[in-house]
Design a binder for this molecule. Structure first.
Ligand SMILES: Cc1ncc(COP(=O)(O)O)c(C=O)c1O
Length: 467
């Protein structure tokens, strides 16, 4: 148990918080999460003023980074250059990027803001990759001057790069993104390898392949191919098929060039996350093995490798903890009105079928709640009826003052604030469970009302009425 200072007691140690239980670490992770929830209450992180907080499990993030390295090390030839570039969009938080840097990862960035975060975290240019479908000349110029790897999206961008490289030579490795057009996964909005996707050069369109080969032959500095088939919902086999298509293209280009012009293949990210239990499946090892059997030539040492995983590195390690402000019922349905809603779980609220979230029930002291399951709606604080995290979810009946934990929210959730109702961005705390305490470190402070007013034009209320 955790006493009121957040210290771990003997009962908790026995629950396995600090020990490896022998499975993939899921039991450990669940135990750490429950300890952190109790400690967050005991240490006063959740208050009337801050009724919602986000928690990040530092040990879990480290374990995922290690699993990623191991999975690809197990299938690549010795001395193959491999860069695992974390997709910053999944958790745009400087301390998280720094943690991942320390775990040997680089960064995949897709905007000046993301590049700024990666640089603030100390990720060096040679471990940074710029992908975005709409890079401006200024962004490209900056990336080229820093030596950041750039994946061009389309022929117009290649023409732009021709001009920029003519202006000033660069050490940046430069690639071209291709869309293998292998098809959609279960979430259309996140499927990037459809026949009409906005990303990359659509490889199966008439004449496209020939044009791509020509583009490489005309540009000796173009040395990489890039693909990313989608993010969540794309079956592993389809992802692997996309990589196979791109490897085949690399071989064709190298044969046409009569040299190993393409030296690196960037396979993107997209490993799906299991949002229905604590189990981490599929694993990086599953995917790496599948890639090795589908595209053996990618791993024979002739190609360097870049990966861009995001969700799979962070999702399982984040929890949103929110107070139940009121418990009520309507039409026979129990409703817990909490402080976690659309501002935090935007995708879930607007598209619950594609993005269901698990919810854990805790009592006011942060202990898992017992009792018979009752179908309840877990509602958020925003002023529209659809602002619910879960509908008719069977859980022990929540009461006023209890807590809900929105699980698996470490990627693309609490770091992606949606400012509906001018609801404040919650604070984010990283936690570490040691043998006798849970220690929190502030990753992002909660947004204040003064900050909301200031960034909403509060500095010049007269702007529209001044003569
Ligand atoms: C080009 C690119 N790479 C990597 C990613 C990360 O995908 P995931 O978070 O699913 O691993 C994305 C996500 O949109 C992407 O667009």
């Amino acid at each position: 148990m955790v006493d009121n200072t957040g210290t771990v007691t003997e009962t908790d140690k026995a629950a396995g918080a600090g020990k490896d239980t022998g499975n993939n670490g899921e039991d450990n992770r669940t135990a750490r999460r429950d300890l952190a929830v109790r400690a967050a209450v005991a240490q006063g992180l959740l208050t009337e003023a801050d009724p919602v907080v986000a928690l990040l499990d530092v040990a879990g993030i480290r374990a995922s980074a290690a699993a990623l390295h191991e999975a690809f090390a197990a299938v690549t030839a010795p001395d193959t250059p491999v860069l695992h570039a974390f997709a910053v969009k999944a958790a745009p938080l400087v301390p998280v990027l720094r943690l991942l840097r320390d775990e040997g990862l680089g960064a995949e960035v897709a905007s000046p803001g993301e590049l700024g975060l990666a640089r603030a975290a100390g990720i060096p240019p040679h471990r940074t990759v710029l992908d975005s479908p709409a890079k401006t000349p200024g962004e490209l110029r900056e990336a080229l001057s820093l030596g950041i790897a750039v994946n061009a999206d389309n022929p117009q961008e290649l023409t732009r790069l021709d001009a920029l490289l003519h202006e000033a030579p660069s050490h940046s490795p430069i690639g071209l993104r291709v869309n293998p057009q292998t098809g959609s996964g279960s979430i259309g909005a996140l499927s990037t390898a459809t026949s009409t996707s906005k990303f990359g050069v659509a490889l199966r369109d008439e004449g496209a392949r020939t044009q791509v080969v020509r583009a490489f032959l005309d540009r000796p500095w173009l040395t990489r191919l890039h693909t990313h088939s989608g993010s969540q919902g794309v079956p592993l086999a389809l992802m692997a098929e996309g990589v196979r298509t791109v490897h085949e293209l690399a071989e064709e280009i190298n044969a046409a060039a009569g040299r190993q012009q393409i030296d690196t293949i960037d396979i993107g990210g997209g490993l799906p996350v299991n949002f229905s239990s604590d189990e981490e499946t599929p694993t990086y090892a599953d995917y790496a093995r599948l890639l090795k059997s589908t595209v053996p030539g990618l791993f024979d040492g002739r190609y360097g490798l870049v990966t861009e995983f995001g969700r799979s590195l962070l999702a399982k390690h984040g929890t949103v903890l929110a107070r139940v402000e009121y418990a009520k019922s309507a039409g026979g349905r129990a409703i817990a009105v909490t402080h976690a809603g659309v501002q935090i779980a935007t995708r879930t609220v607007y598209n619950p079928e594609s993005w269901p979230l698990r919810i854990a029930a805790y009592d006011a002291t942060g202990r898992p709640k017992d009792g018979p399951d009752v179908a309840q709606d877990i509602a958020g604080p925003a002023c529209f009826a659809g602002d619910v995290l879960a509908t008719a979810l069977p859980l022990p009946l929540l009461e006023q003052g209890d807590l809900v934990g929105a699980l698996d929210t470490g990627a693309y959730y609490f770091a992606h604030h949606y400012a509906y109702n001018s609801l404040a961005r919650p604070g984010i705390h990283g936690f570490t469970v040691t043998a006798d305490a849970v220690r929190f470190a502030s990753v992002r402070t909660p947004q204040t009302v003064a900050e909301i007013v200031a960034e909403s034009g509060g500095g010049d209320p007269e702007a529209l009425v001044r003569e």
